[in-house]
Write a protein of this length. Structure first.
Length: 71
């Protein structure tokens, strides 16, 4: 199996996309795709920041309530 994305493959793919969606919809699709990728990138940045800023091994001590004696 040769290179997957050669120039002819990309040209044929571009022609198919233009035929399917038309010239007027392409800018809207590009904008939506760009916003989606930007949101994904910001979300991943937030996850990696949380992982890097996480304190090492935080434990929480839980003290039980004292039991009441029944008379």
């Amino acid at each position: 199996m040769g290179d997957l994305f050669q120039p002819w493959h990309l040209a044929i793919l571009a022609i198919i996309v233009i035929v399917l969606f038309g010239g007027k919809k392409l800018p809207e699709l590009g904008k939506g795709l760009g916003e989606g990728l930007r949101g994904f990138k910001e979300g991943m940045k937030g996850v990696t920041d949380e992982m890097n800023n996480k304190p090492a091994e935080t434990t929480h001590a839980v003290t039980p309530k004292p039991e009441e004696s029944v008379k």
